[in-house]
Design a protein around this ligand. Structure first.
Ligand code: GUN
Ligand code: ZN
Length: 442
C-alpha cells in the first residue's frame, strides 16, 4: 500500500483562496514542506516537521530543498495552430491574422500534420509548467480531434474546441453554419467530459461568423450542459469598428454575443481591452470572464487592460498567453508583462496575487477548481517543480531576497521556462529539464 504514495519534500506554495497580501490569508507556504500524492491525487500537505511528528519517515521523500513546488500553471487562452507563427513581425490584429495566422491554420486540414503539431504544442506547454489550458484549435474538425487525442495520451485536463468561422477568411478556412453545427455536435459527443477533457464552443470572433452561425452556437450552448465558450472581444480599435459595421443593431461588441446567448459562467472572452461600462456590467452580471493576454496585447499593439476597473466591477479576469499573438508560453513571463501593463496605469499586481491568478485563480475562472488549482486533499496532482535561480543573475538576485514575496517577484520578473525543472500530471513526471551541466555537454 505504502509504495503507492509518492512524497515530495521542498519549498511548497499554494493558495486556498484569493490572497490578501497584507495578512497573508489565502496563502499556504512551507519553506520545508512535504507533499504526498497517492493514485495521482493529493493525499496531504504539511511541513516536514509536522509530517515527521506524525510518524512519517522523511527518508521516503524526493528531497529538493532549493526547489519550489507549486500547482501547475493554467493558461486561459491559447491557439495551438499558431505555435509556429509566434514572433511574426510588424502588424496589428487584422493584418496579422491575414498575413500570418490564416495561412498557418490552413495546414491543419492535414490530420497528421495537426497531430504532430498538437504533440509539439503540448510538449512546449509542459516544459513551461502549464498543465491545463483553454485552447483554440483550427476550423478543421480533424485538428480538434488530433488535439484531444494527444491531450488524452498525456492524461491532461484540457478544454478545447473547433474554431467556427463562415465568413471573412480565406475560402479554405471557412465552414458553414450547418457544417459547424454537425461537426461540433460530433466532437462534443466524442470528447466533452471524456476523462479529463472538456469541449469549448469556439466561434473565432464576431467578424468571422454570420448571425446564422452565432445562432447555431447559442443553440449548442443550450443543448449541452457544462460546455465552455471561448471567443475574442474588443481587442483592437479597427476590429471594434468592423464589428459595429457588421452588427449595427447591437448596442456594443459584447451585445453581439449576448443576443445569441453566448454569455455565462463558462464563457471566456479573450482580451476585452476596450470594453465600455455597459459591457463590463453585463460581463459581471452573467459571470462571464475576460482572459488577460498581456504579451499579446503589447505585441499586437492592442492596448492596456484596465484590470482594476474589471475586477472592481466583479468581472472574473484570468491570465493567458494568447500564443501566437502572445510572445511566450511561459506564465512567468506573462505575469511579468501583466505587472508592467498595470504599472503603466498606476495599478499593481502583487506577486502573491499574480501566482494565485496563474493557479487557483485561473482554475476558478475556468470552473476547474473542484478538480485542481491547489493542493487540497483529493485534488488532481498536476504540479510543477521550479528552480528559483535558473541563471547566474537569478541566483544572485534570489540570494538577496528577504521573504517569499520578494522571491516570487524575482521569479516572475526574471523567470521563464528555464525555471521549470519538472512537471507532473496526476502524480506522474511528464517533463524534466536537462540540467545546466547536461546543457554544457551538448
Ligand atoms: N481575433 C480573432 N482571431 C484571433 C486570433 O487568432 N488571435 C488574436 N489575438 N485575436 C484574434
Ligand atoms: Zn486569441
Amino acid at each position: 500500500r505504502h509504495s503507492d504514495v509518492q512524497a515530495f519534500r521542498a519549498k511548497i506554495l499554494h493558495f486556498t483562496d484569493r490572497p490578501d497580501p497584507t495578512t497573508g490569508q489565502g496563502v499556504e507556504y512551507f519553506d520545508d514542506g512535504v507533499l504526498l500524492v497517492e493514485h495521482g491525487r493529493i493525499k496531504a500537505l504539511a511541513s516536514a516537521a509536522a509530517m515527521a511528528g506524525q510518524g512519517f519517515d522523511l527518508q521516503q521523500c524526493r528531497h529538493s530543498p532549493e526547489q519550489l513546488i507549486m500547482p501547475g500553471f493554467i493558461d486561459s487562452h491559447i491557439h495551438y495552430p499558431q505555435t509556429a507563427v509566434i514572433a511574426s513581425y510588424g502588424e496589428q490584429l487584422l493584418d496579422w491574422l491575414n498575413h500570418y495566422t490564416f495561412p498557418a491554420e490552413q495546414q491543419f486540414a492535414d490530420a497528421e500534420f495537426a497531430a504532430l503539431a498538437a504533440q509539439q504544442f503540448l510538449n512546449i506547454l509542459l516544459a513551461n509548467g502549464t498543465t491545463s489550458a483553454l485552447v483554440y484549435t483550427s476550423v478543421f474538425a480533424q485538428s480538434t480531434q488530433a488535439f484531444f487525442q494527444q491531450a488524452e495520451a498525456y492524461n491532461l485536463r484540457m478544454i478545447a474546441g473547433k474554431v467556427m468561422m463562415d465568413r471573412h477568411a480565406p475560402a479554405a478556412l471557412l465552414d458553414t453554419a450547418e457544417s459547424s453545427e454537425r461537426e461540433c455536435r460530433a466532437l462534443i459527443e466524442d470528447w466533452h467530459n471524456r476523462g479529463r477533457l472538456h469541449y469549448a464552443l469556439t466561434p473565432r470572433f464576431a467578424p468571422t461568423s454570420t448571425p446564422q452561425q452565432l445562432a447555431v452556437t447559442g443553440k449548442l450552448y443550450r443543448d449541452y450542459p457544462g460546455l465552455y465558450l471561448q471567443t475574442h472581444l474588443s481587442e483592437n480599435r479597427a476590429e471594434i469598428a468592423w464589428v459595429k459595421s457588421l452588427f449595427p443593431e447591437a448596442s456594443d461588441y459584447l451585445d453581439v454575443y449576448d443576443r445569441f446567448g453566448l454569455l455565462g459562467r463558462r464563457s471566456v472572452f479573450g482580451h476585452g481591452i476596450h470594453v465600455r461600462e455597459r459591457e463590463i456590467h453585463r460581463l459581471a452580471q452573467t459571470g462571464s470572464g475576460i482572459a488577460f493576454c498581456p504579451t499579446s496585447n503589447l505585441f499586437l499593439g492592442s492596448g492596456l487592460l484596465d484590470l482594476a476597473r474589471l475586477e472592481s466591477a466583479g468581472v472574473a479576469v484570468s491570465m493567458a498567453t494568447d500564443v501566437g499573438g502572445g510572445t511566450s508560453f511561459s506564465l512567468l513571463r506573462t505575469l511579468a508583462e501583466a505587472y508592467k501593463v498595470l504599472q503603466m496605469q498606476q495599478q499593481n499586481l502583487h506577486p502573491l496575487t499574480a501566482f494565485y491568478m496563474a493557479t487557483l485563480g485561473n482554475a476558478r475562472a475556468l470552473d476547474l477548481d473542484t478538480h485542481l488549482g491547489n493542493f487540497a486533499p483529493g485534488k488532481e496532482a498536476d504540479f510543477v517543480v521550479l528552480d528559483l535561480g535558473a541563471t547566474p543573475l537569478q541566483a544572485l538576485r534570489q540570494a538577496s531576497t528577504r521573504n517569499l514575496t520578494e522571491q516570487l517577484f524575482a521569479l516572475m520578473t526574471l523567470g521563464d521556462e528555464h525555471n521549470v525543472a519538472r512537471t507532473y500530471i496526476m502524480g506522474k513526471q511528464v517533463f524534466r529539464r536537462a540540467s545546466r551541466k547536461e546543457d554544457q555537454q551538448w
